[in-house]
Design a protein around this ligand. Structure first.
Ligand code: DCP
Ligand code: MG
Length: 426
C-alpha cells in the first residue's frame, strides 16, 4: 500500500486564534507581536495584513507604517500552546506516526489514500478547533512541505510520486527548503535559477559552487528525501565534564557541578540555545559510568535552573557513600532562539533569559566569579557543600579549567551539530 507523508501547517496561527476568539477581528488586518510603539517584532499577522506587506519578524514600527489601521495584539503564548495541543491530538487520531515540528506544524505518515486523510484532517480541525490548516501531501517530507507552502492559505495540494520531478522543475531554487539566499544567489549567478536546472546541472560544476552540499542539494532538487517521519532530528547537545584529581563523594561534587552548570549555561546562551533535557554523567571509582536524564517542561538556559536539575539527578541516582572520579552535565534537546515557533511553545521564558544574559554581561566586565553559583557551593560558602567523607579537593573545585577538563568546543555548537561525544544512555 502506498505510504504518504502529510505536512500540516495552520494558517497565520497566532492571528487566526485571535480572530477565532474575537469574531469582530475577522476579515481585518491583525498583527500579533505587541505594542506597535515598542521595539518588538511581528510574531505573525493575518493574511489581511500580509496584503500590505507585513511579515513575521518585521519590526512592529515598520508594520505600523505599512498597515496603520491594523489591530495590534500582544502574544498570548499559553493560549496558542493550548490550541496547538488540541490540533496535535486531532492529527494523532489519523495516524500513529505524527511528528510535531513546531507549535503549528507537524508531519504525518499515512497508509492508503493520502488525499482522503488530508481532507479529513482539514475538516476536523476546522470543525473542532475553528482554524484553517493547509496540508501538503507527497511521497516524502520534502515534497509534502513544499506542497503545503504552495497551497497556503487554507489549501490542500497532493503531488504523487510520478509527478514530483515535473512539479519541482519550474520552481525557483529559493523554493527548496534548506537552500539559503546566499546559496541561491551563487546558483543564479552560474545560470541555475530553477530546481529543474539544479537537478540537471553538471555535478562537477555544482561541486565547485556548493562544495560538500552539491550531491545532497541536487538530489533534493529531484525530490529525494529519505528522512523518515516520526524520528526526531538527532539530538544536539552541549556538555561539560570534569575528572577529579582525587575521588570524591557526591556531597563534595556539588561545587564542581555548580561550576559546570555555569559553564554550560554560558555556552548555551552564547550560542542562543536552551535545553529541554539535562543529563548528569557520573563515573565511579571503578570506572563504571552512568548517565541519568531528565526531560524538562520548558526549555532552560540559566545556570541556576541547570544546576537545580543536575543536583536533583545526583541526589536521586547516586548513593551518598559512593566514590566518584568524574562528573559531567549535558544539555540536550536544544532549541534555538531564532526558532520562535519552538520557543513560543513555552511561556514566560524571556525573563529568565534576560536575567541570565545580565549575569553574562556582569561576568564579562568583572570576571567569572563576580556573580555565580559555584562560590556558594564551595566549602565555607552559604550552600550545603560541607564535604562528607573525602574532603574538599581544591584543585578540581577551582574556577580555572583543569587540564583534564574536556568540552565540545564552540565550533560544534555554532554548527548546531552534536557537541561533545554523544552520551549513550544507560
Ligand atoms: N512565529 C513567531 N515568529 C516568527 C515566525 C513565527 O512567533 N518569526 C509564530 C507565530 C506564527 C507561528 O509561529 O503564527 C507559526 O509560524 P508559521 O511560520 O507557520 O506562520 P503562520 O502560521 O503565522 O502563517 P502561515 O503558516 O499561514 O504562513
Ligand atoms: Mg503556520
Amino acid at each position: 500500500m502506498q505510504r504518504w507523508v502529510l505536512h500540516c501547517d495552520l494558517d497565520a496561527f497566532f492571528a487566526a486564534v485571535e480572530q477565532r476568539d474575537r469574531p469582530e477581528l475577522r476579515g481585518r488586518p491583525v498583527i500579533v507581536g505587541g505594542d506597535p510603539g515598542s521595539r518588538g517584532v511581528v510574531a505573525t499577522c493575518s493574511y489581511e495584513a500580509r496584503a500590505f506587506g507585513v511579515r513575521s519578524a518585521m519590526p512592529l514600527a515598520q508594520a505600523r507604517r505599512l498597515c496603520p489601521h491594523a489591530v495590534f495584539l500582544p502574544v498570548r503564548r499559553e493560549r496558542y500552546a493550548e490550541v496547538s495541543r488540541q490540533v496535535m491530538a486531532i492529527l494523532a487520531r489519523e495516524s500513529p506516526v505524527v511528528e510535531p515540528v513546531s507549535i503549528d506544524e507537524a508531519y504525518l505518515e499515512v497508509a492508503g489514500d493520502g488525499v482522503a486523510a488530508a481532507r479529513r484532517l482539514r475538516e476536523a480541525v476546522r470543525r473542532e478547533v475553528g482554524l484553517a490548516m493547509t496540508v501538503g501531501v507527497g511521497p516524502n517530507r520534502l515534497v509534502a512541505k513544499m506542497a503545503c507552502q504552495m497551497a497556503k492559505p487554507d489549501g490542500l495540494l497532493a503531488v504523487p510520486p510520478e509527478g514530483v520531478q515535473a512539479w519541482l522543475a519550474p520552481q525557483p531554487v529559493e523554493a527548496l527548503p534548506g537552500l539559503g539566499p546566499a546559496t541561491a544567489q551563487r546558483l543564479r549567478r552560474a545560470g541555475i535559477a530553477t530546481l529543474g536546472q539544479l537537478a540537471a546541472a553538471d555535478p562537477l560544476v555544482l561541486q565547485r559552487l556548493l562544495k560538500g552540499r552539491a550531491a545532497e542539494l541536487q538530489a533534493r532538487a529531484r525530490g529525494w528525501d529519505p528522512r523518515p517521519v516520526g524520528v526526531p532530528a538527532p539530538t544536539r547537545s552541549l556538555s561539560e565534564e570534569r575528572t577529579f584529581g582525587r575521588d570524591r563523594q557526591p556531597a563534595a561534587v556539588l561545587p564542581v557541578l555548580a561550576e559546570l552548570c555555569e559553564e554550560l549555561g554560558t555556552r548555551l546562551r552564547q550560542h542562543g540555545y536552551r535545553a529541554t533535557q539535562v543529563t548528569l554523567k557520573v563515573r565511579y571509582a571503578d570506572f563504571t559510568t552512568i548517565t541519568r536524564s531528565r526531560a524538562l517542561p520548558r526549555p532552560i538556559c540559566a545556570d541556576g535552573e541547570l544546576f537545580a536539575v543536575a543536583r536533583e539527578l545526583l541526589a536521586r541516582h547516586v548513593p551518598a557513600d559512593r566514590w566518584l572520579r568524574l562528573v559531567g552535565v549535558a544539555a540536550a534537546g536544544l532549541v534555538h532562539r531564532d526558532d520562535p515557533q519552538q520557543l513560543s511553545l513555552w511561556p514566560g521564558d524571556t525573563r529568565s533569559l534576560r536575567l541570565a544574559e545580565a549575569v553574562d554581561r556582569v561576568r564579562r566586565r568583572f570576571g567569572r566569579r563576580a556573580l555565580g553559583l559555584a562560590a556558594r557551593w564551595l566549602p565555607g560558602g552559604e550552600g550545603e557543600a560541607a564535604p562528607r567523607g573525602g574532603g574538599p579537593d581544591r584543585t578540581a573545585g577551582r574556577a580555572t579549567p583543569t587540564a583534564d577538563r574536556r568540552r565540545a568546543g564552540p565550533a560544534a555548537a555554532g554548527a548546531g551539530a552534536g557537541g561533545g561525544r554523544p552520551w549513550t544512555r544507560s
